[in-house]
Design a protein around this ligand. Sequence first.
Ligand code: ZN
Length: 273
Amino acid sequence: MAVSVGLIAQTIEKIAPKSWAEDWDNVGLLVGDSARRVERIILTLDATHEVVEEAKERKAQLILAHHPIMFKPLKNLRSDNLQAQIPIQLLKAEIGYYAAHTNLDQSIYSSSWTIGNSLGLERMEVLAAFVNEDRGYGVIGYLPASEPLESVVNKVKKYFETLRIQIGIEKQVNAFRVAGKPGKKIRKIAIVNGSGGSFIPKALFKGADLLITGDVDHHEALDAKEAGMAVLDIGHYTSEIPMIKTLADYLKTEKNLSDLEIMISCNMHSPWD
Ligand SMILES: [Zn+2]
């Protein structure tokens, strides 16, 4: 028994409708045929050569990724064009590619919500509304009681280490960066998966004691620290791993996909590792 790519797409779009994606984004089925019936899919953050090789070895017929390919329109399909190499490999291997990006970022299956839940945050709400009042980027919520910054950082580290082992990723998470006063009491936490430096003003406005995100630059971290908010930069890659697991778990519980083998790539890693 197999499942059509179209049905897999519909199931994902139930929790992350394509209409939620930004105009500049490139989401949905990007390579392949929605009528094709497949037995095995593999989830990943990025389409690297390693992941495509893994998909071939594990006989996956569809890659379900967070980051899109062909972000900029391709003008050719030459093998010396870096941007064309992955689409060419996928076509040769008859592997489809589906991306859920800014639409997934705004769903409750995003990493922001997953990390918030893992920290036991209470009264969680969307940090920056975008699609509507209740849907947007990031979350903000409260720890049950105040804790020193170091203890929150340790909890986050532990969570990611457990997740890495669960998924079967070999490489350990690289060092987190913390900007904040040692011992600072943390109660209200904002979380934005991906590159969240631009959400610092929003997190400050909403009274966060700490922002957990990735890709924060020098000036952004400095501004936050000066304004009295701590920042924990866990890296773009690390911050987005949780939603791959959450999405896989969701797909596994969907009855109409029960014939589908759902795998997670063991070859996801940050370009800095
Ligand atoms: Zn990202």
